[in-house]
Design a protein around this ligand. Structure first.
Ligand code: NOJ
Ligand code: CA
Length: 554
């Protein structure tokens, strides 16, 4: 018998699950070295249980030089010694499973780190070797190969090509990296690469992992025939939407995921996966198909301004698209790559996030009261929708973005690769405040690897835990109610013909969710007010708020 615990139960557990994203380095630090770790997560299992989530997703915890917060993986089948050991991982899974919480891990298949043994072997083996064939090496142009193979830019800017020094000490070939130079892209035409990832999926599945989040799932297969394709922007709107784009979302990528699906289905219950694929919306169902990864992130609400009509359109579209794939959609407002939504909703629509970061969050200044009110309302709205919901650590505390990190303490490669011209993702990755006071607000006993702002303590778990009016209490109540009320995956819209600034829908059991996007209070329909993101007085729901109302079912 395996030493690992496995959670059985319905094969469909993921369809309407609430998944809580843990950014391991910033969650809880058990040994006070300033870096969050697996033992820290274990110590907080009671907290996770108290939230009422169904699963956690761990961002990478693998050995890494942290050139991109761990998305530069040195070894896919191990734990970073600063974060723990495989034994700790097993204990963590056991502790979570014992509370009925499932576990997703992050798989980063587009690129490894430059410290990965395969990349080091590729550097040592020289041009034309089988070792180099696992990555994407090209000769440079010009007489001495000194001109990069193409003008392709990296997603983190500037160029996507870096020149290597050959084993004999001469300047040599160039390798492709769509992200930082420490993240060389794999060559997915190479069978060894394909086999190695199957091995990795089995490795974690055998340890009891329930699901996988697949990083840049749309990038693995590329057409790198000459002349090489040039792309200066990674915006989805410039991508071809018929499977023939040279860099992203090529039809051939699904062959890989079909082979992964076979592996997932070897397990009971089958392992699940969710694709991080920034593709045109019409292309998402392919990733979410039953013979593919099974589910694909829908990030559309991340870019939707606070507008009732736009919210409803986005929701409708995604519910229909997910059904086409036989899947369920995912809702998400915050993650480790974007400005926390309590801040975003307090900034003017279309604000320039680069300028905002460059000004350390002062230009323009967010309206935090408005931002938090809208964030709570928006979260209650998505928690009432069919499909699964992804929550990002700290949003249950109503944490704001923390952009006031001194420039020399920023860690995001985007910040360094474009000095003075880029935004950063560090402000949403600052270690969590657990306590009102203390050196790192209870994250550990000493410091934290990214500096925490002074206002963090006021939003800590300790400050909110027993306050029934706190954001934390709202999340707990909402999750508990959702668990009770969640039914089939469908909804009925309720129109408010005289007020277009309302998004109102009901589920089959008389569970209504009503969000007021306008400036004036609105009258709630008859029924029990189960929960509201702001106080309801005399059945009036204030502006920027959501209420759940239960009517009798017929
Ligand atoms: C998406 C991840 O969410 C992000 O953090 C990372 O920088 C890129 N993929 C590259 O792995
Ligand atoms: Ca630690």
């Amino acid at each position: 018998m395996s030493i690992h615990t496995f959670l059985k139960g319905s094969e469909d557990w993921w369809r309407q699950a609430v998944v809580y994203q843990i950014y391991p380095r910033s969650f809880a630090d058990s040994n006070s070295d300033g870096i969050g770790d697996l033992k820290g997560i274990i110590s907080r299992v009671p907290y996770l249980k108290s939230l009422g989530i169904d699963a956690v997703w761990l961002s990478p915890f693998y050995p890494s030089a942290l050139a991109d917060g761990g998305y530069d993986v040195d070894d896919y089948r191990n734990v970073d010694p600063r974060i723990g050991t495989l034994k700790d991982f097993d204990k963590m899974i056991d502790a979570l499973h014992a509370e009925g919480i499932r576990v997703f891990v992050d798989i980063v298949p587009n690129h490894s780190s430059d410290q990965h043994v395969w990349f080091q072997a590729a550097l040592n083996a020289g041009p034309g070797s089988p070792e180099r064939d696992r990555y994407i090496f090209r000769n440079g142009k010009g007489e001495h190969g000194a001109i990069r193979p193409s003008e392709l830019v990296s997603h983190f800017g500037p160029t996507a090509w870096t020149r290597v020094t050959e084993p004999d000490g001469s300047l040599g070939q160039w390798y492709l990296h769509l992200f930082a130079k420490e993240q060389p892209d794999f060559n997915w035409d190479n069978p060894e690469v394909r086999e190695d990832f199957i091995h990795t999926l089995r490795f974690w599945s055998n340890r009891g992992v329930d699901g996988f989040r697949i990083d840049v799932a749309h990038a693995l297969v590329k057409d790198l025939s000459e002349p090489l394709f040039e792309r200066q922007s990674y915006d989805v709107s410039v991508m071809k939407d018929d499977g023939t784009d040279k860099l992203f979302d090529r039809d051939e990528v699904h062959k890989i995921y079909r082979s992964w699906r076979k592996v997932f289905n070897e397990y009971d219950p089958p392992r699940v996966a969710v694709a991080e694929a920034w593709v045109p919306a019409n292309r998402r169902p392919a990733y979410a198909s039953k013979d593919g990864l099974g589910q694909a992130f829908n990030f559309d609400l991340l870019g939707t301004p606070w507008n009732a009509k736009k919210f409803r359109k986005t929701i409708d579209y995604n519910l229909v698209e997910a059904i086409k794939a036989g899947s369920s959609t995912t809702w998400v407002f915050s993650n480790h790559d974007v400005i926390r939504h309590a801040t975003r909703f307090g900034l003017p629509a279309g604000f320039d996030w680069v300028r905002w970061y460059q000004s350390q969050g002062t230009d323009p200044k967010p309206n935090n009261i408005l931002g938090l009110a809208r964030a709570k309302a928006a979260t209650m709205l998505i928690l009432a929708l069919p499909g699964s919901t992804y929550l990002y650590q700290g949003e249950e505390l109503g944490l704001f973005e923390a952009p006031e990190i001194p420039s020399d303490q920023m860690q995001d490669p985007q910040w360094f690769r474009n000095p003075g011209k880029a935004g950063s993702r560090d402000g949403c990755r600052v270690p969590l405040p657990w306590a009102i006071e203390g050196k790192s607000f209870g994250f550990g006993k000493k410091g934290s690897h990214l500096p925490q702002p002074t206002w963090f303590g006021d939003l800590s778990v300790e400050a909110q835990d027993s306050n029934p009016d706190s954001t934390l209490s709202l999340y707990r109540e909402a999750l508990a109610l959702r668990k009770q009320l969640q039914t089939e995956e469908s909804l009925t819209w309720v129109d408010h013909f005289f007020n277009r600034k309302v998004v109102h829908f009901k589920r089959q059991n008389g569970w209504h969710s009503i969000t007021n996007f306008g400036d004036m209070a609105i009258k709630l329909p008859a029924g029990d007010v189960l929960l509201s993101s702001a106080p309801v007085v005399g059945r009036w729901l204030p502006a920027n708020a959501t209420a759940w109302v239960q009517t009798a079912t017929v």
